[in-house]
Design a protein around this ligand. Sequence first.
Ligand code: AMP
Length: 512
Amino acid sequence: MYDPSYASNNLVSKLRAASIGHDQACFLEDAASGTATSYGAFFARAEQIAKALVARGLQPGDRLAVQAPKTQAMLELYVGTVMAGGVFLPLNTAYTASEVAYFLGDAEPRLLVCDPGRLAELEPIATAAGVGSILTLGPDESGSLTQACDEQTPGFEAVTRQATDLAAILYTSGTTGRSKGAMLSHAALASNSETLKDYWQFTRDDVLIHALPIFHTHGLFVATNVTLMAGSACLFMPSFNAETIMLAMPRATALMGVPTFYVRLLEMPGLAEASANMRLFVSGSAPLLAETHDRWRAITGHAILERYGMTETNMNTSNPYEGERRAGTVGFPLPGVELKVTSPETGESLGIDEIGVIEVRGPNVFSGYWRMPEKTAEELRADGFFITGDLGKIDNQGYVHIVGRGKDLIITGGYNVYPKEIELLIDDLPDVIESAVIGVPHADFGEGVVAVVVAQPNAQLDENQVRQGLADKLARFKQPKRVVIVEALPRNTMGKVQKNLLREQYKDSFSL
Ligand code: AMP
């Protein structure tokens, strides 16, 4: 059975296909209140939202920017926007008003949806940027969007959209330079979630724990779209909370998380019992330490499945569902995705185990950066390969390894140093929890290697012990010229270590 009212909207028709005829099935359960929303009710609300947005002037291809807390209504807004032919543009809730001003000026959205608490601050900015209309959406799901919806009669004929039409723009986290808007087409989003659903074997029987933010590709497209495409249910949580996840696991089958989720959950008593009925733990967005993978397996019996993706490309690689999930690797290119490692100097493909730049091509890849044709041309080759900026290698069994971001590469005395190689050795030393290796200006060498190390609580680790631990394992030029012991590394909401902050903090390490 197929619902013709969605058929012409490329992405929404695919997100709806699995639940047609299963309207009573639960799509989303609020983990705090236990309130369940069926597929039928979710899509009915999305239709009303679509209608309300069109009434507010949203035309096909218009952007709708939203900065609001993670709620069910925000997911309905996502689907409703796409249904109305709009381009969904979620903004990190941490962005300040001046950052929001940049995004509004750059993306020129027709509508802005924001938390009622931010209305006074954002309204003048939106007006100055020429935004046509501003609506509010509160954490209690009240606000003007809710009222605008309640005024609408049920039912909406989804707006026709082609495969290449845009469904979303996500701004990259942009640790250097201006944040860029990655344009994501209906086909890119639909094809990637369809691939992941099959690769990770999601079905109607699955219950996913959803504790990721929904302004980012991981929580919005991987977690939400895969659930919808499979007709699965999800236990929806406003943010990560280890206790809430422990309570939810006995009723769930899968968890998608960033590495810090797993590190925190490992501290919880009763993890083995709580996770006994789960079938899948996925990690991504930042590197999962092999040690975390090993400890998780020892305690729960489950091998965490690590995958690799980015805002511009959706997901590129995954460890296998069946077959060996190898710690410290991100697995194989997904079906339909081509991946190669190339020389940063010549662009030629490199051989097994040779480190270079990771390039990917496939239906998952974005359509370019919004209104930045030069940036797009620099990173997206004419033959369709996207130069990810990640450095990596492919081993002799085809597993892809990420060794860091290109911009994190250290060049000292003319030699290339890959931080990951040093970090792995430091992390193996006694009393070390984790480390980040960076390059900072050095008068003689161009850059000097600095290791920032997190010691176990109460350990008496000092700089010399780290140096000695590395002395016979690394060539002299790779050995840190300075080691600092800290309590924690700075991380962003997706668990990525913010090396740009560390480079800034330690930039004077070698100044006289
Ligand atoms: P974002 O666009 O915010 O999703 O960030 C994408 C970047 O996160 C990638 O280019 C990688 O540098 C990093 N990343 C994502 N997944 C992994 C992973 N499994 N291991 C290592 N780095 C990862």
